[in-house]
Each structure stands twice: as structure tokens, then as C-alpha cells.
Ligand binder design. Structure first.
Ligand code: DGL
Length: 286
């Protein structure tokens, strides 16, 4: 099977780079492709280093920079950080080091404020996102008069990486993370990690029809369309493409794409410039 080259294709329309710690951002990519069906997308799943949610800020920033550098070498004309954890920890750094427009995510706390009637909102996200200054700011700026329950969900993104959308272990985690908030009266649940969009059905079944689930991928697609409004035209209408790269096992991403009904070939991301937060042995001085 032929895989797309990792060299920028001369004369090809410049792509839009999209990345996540793994497969979660594919939920965002779906919305981007629906909104911009003529664009050429390059998706990077950093599954070899997922999950980001329990890692240090330095690690996440290093990984985001390594992936962004790859996308910049592919001449991306814009970049979407389809990951809340990477967005809240690394978007500011990436915007300083890369001149292209960068669209970043944050948990949809502001829209949730309009949706809630009980004035209790449950936010599900990774530990890193929940603890981030960005989430504290969102709560401060938009949360007046609303009880916001911030629920870190360790282990949940891993289940999605495995494609275990409705396994007993996933259901147990969802029960532990969602039920206490519902018991406190939450009628609105923010899916503050892109992986959780793939658990939407399970969460909706657990929460029941009176609970609204909020996630921002359609808003991110609108934002990207606005950013690109002045860019040169792309391919013929509807002729857009997507190429997929992973730092994990190619077969895993290919299997996931197949499972969500979007089969496609997958390439391995070249790992030069890869970042690790593991200490390296000190080199003897020359
Ligand atoms: N998909 C990522 C997010 O939106 C995080 C999952 C992880 O790597 O922990 O936050």
C-alpha cells in the first residue's frame, strides 16, 4: 500500500495541520472537514506519547512543539490544536514560535452557562486541563451564579485510545466521573477533552435526556473557516483530502479509523526533534 510522502508536495494546496495527543482530535477533524470540505488536512495523532493529561506541562509543550514543527515543515497554512490539554498548556508557546494562524481549544464552559437551567454544570476533562489557569479563568469570567463541578477523568482517554467505547471498564469510569455530578444536580455536561466526544452516546445514556452535553468542535470549525476566509482558494468544491500520521502503531490508528467508519492509510510520523521529559544521562565534558 502506498503511503503519502512526508515531503511537502510541490504545487499541492497547502494543508491545514490538526493534532491531538491521539485519536480524540478525530472528532474535531470530522467537524472541520464537514465545514471545509475542499481543504487538505494533515492529522497527527501523537498516540506514542498519549495520554497528555497526566504528564508535565514541559512534556506536553515539548510534544506540541515537535508535532507543530512537523506540520510547519509540511507547509501547513494553519494549525488546529484539537486537544484541550495541549491547547491550555502549549498554544501560547506555539503562537510565539510559529507565524501561521493557530486555532486552539478550551472546555466549552462559556456555552454551558447558557445551556444550564439548574445552574449546576459538570466539566469532564483531563487532570492537566482541570488544573490549568485557563479553566480557572473561564470559571471566573463566565461562572457567576453557577456551580461548576470540575471533574478530572484519569484513564478515560486511554479507553478511547483503545477503542473501548462501551467496555465494562469504560462504563465503570464514566459512572465514577459522571454520576456524582448528576447527583448534585448538574443538567449540563461539558466534554472538555476531545477523546470524550467518542463516548457521547455512553455519557448521554448515563445522564438521561434532560442533560445537555456540550463540546466545541462546531465552534472550532467556524473559527477555522473565519481564519481562512482571506486565504487563497483550495481544491475544487468537495475535493478535500485528509492524510493521517501517528507516533504510535500505524495499525492502531488504522483500526480506529476503520471502527469509526472513516478508513484511511496511516503513516508514521518521523520522530526527529521528539521531546522527552525523561532525564537523559549527563554527557561527560569534552
Ligand atoms: N484529547 C486530549 C484533550 O482534549 C487529551 C487526552 C490526553 O491525552 O490525556 O484534552
Amino acid at each position: 500500500m502506498a503511503f503519502p510522502s512526508t515531503r511537502p508536495q510541490l504545487g499541492a494546496p497547502r494543508p491545514i495541520g490538526v493534532f491531538d495527543s491521539g485519536v480524540g482530535g478525530l472528532s474535531v477533524l470530522r467537524a472541520l472537514r464537514a465545514r471545509l470540505p475542499s481543504e487538505r488536512f494533515l492529522y497527527v495523532a501523537d498516540s506514542g506519547h498519549a495520554p497528555y493529561g497526566d504528564r508535565t506541562t514541559a512534556f506536553v509543550r515539548g510534544r506540541a512543539e515537535a508535532v507543530a514543527a512537523f506540520l510547519a515543515r509540511q507547509q501547513a497554512k494553519a494549525m488546529v490544536i484539537a486537544c484541550n490539554t495541549a491547547s491550555v498548556q502549549a498554544a501560547a508557546d506555539l503562537r510565539r514560535t510559529h507565524a501561521l494562524p493557530i486555532v486552539a481549544m478550551e472546555p466549552a464552559i462559556k456555552p454551558a452557562m447558557h445551556a444550564t437551567r439548574t445552574r449546576v454544570v459538570l466539566v469532564l476533562a483531563t487532570t492537566a486541563t482541570i488544573r490549568s489557569p485557563s479553566v480557572a479563568r473561564l470559571c471566573r469570567e463566565h461562572g457567576a451564579g453557577v456551580r461548576i463541578l470540575l471533574q478530572p477523568c484519569p484513564g478515560l482517554a486511554d479507553q478511547v485510545e483503545r477503542g473501548a467505547f462501551c467496555s465494562p471498564a469504560t462504563r465503570r469510569l464514566l459512572h465514577d466521573y459522571v454520576s456524582p455530578g448528576l447527583a448534585q444536580g448538574a443538567d449540563t455536561v461539558v466534554l472538555g477533552c476531545t477523546h470524550y466526544a467518542f463516548l457521547r452516546q455512553e455519557i448521554a445514556a448515563l445522564a438521561g435526556p434532560s442533560v445537555t452535553l456540550v463540546e466545541p468542535s462546531a465552534a472550532i470549525a467556524r473559527q477555522l473557516a473565519a481564519v481562512l476566509a482571506d486565504a487563497p482558494p483550495v481544491s475544487a468544491p468537495g475535493a478535500g483530502t485528509a492524510a493521517f500520521y501517528t507516533t504510535g502503531a500505524r495499525a492502531d490508528l488504522a483500526a480506529f479509523l476503520g471502527a469509526i467508519g472513516e478508513p484511511a492509510p496511516v503513516c508514521t510520523l518521523p520522530e526527529e526533534g521528539a521531546f522527552s521529559d525523561r532525564p537523559t544521562a549527563a554527557r561527560p565534558r569534552a
